[in-house]
Design a protein around this ligand. Sequence first.
Ligand code: MUC
Length: 96
Amino acid sequence: MLFHVEMTVNLPPDMDPDKAAAIKLKEKEMAQQLQRDGIWRHLWRVVGQYANVSVFDVRDGAQLHEILSSLPLFPYMDIKVQALCRHPSSIHEDDR
Ligand SMILES: O=C(O)C[C@H]1C=CC(=O)O1
């Protein structure tokens, strides 16, 4: 099942820079592993914002929640989720 996810990062401006760097590094490692696993299908930067637009391929909303809430940046992100399904005019057979 595909989900469109928008994440906006709001790190506290007074957060210790070393702590922020460590969180971002852990987030990057996890994001890249989830991409290698085929779960985090798309990851795009929103131009001009500390935000991304992503597509996740997961079993259901419960699995997506489990993944999103385990991200190191989760406590510092506003997250919007929309469930997706195949568009009848899509020519891409792999869209689910
Ligand atoms: O930078 C971001 O958009 C937040 C988050 C998503 C992937 C990652 O590495 O960090």
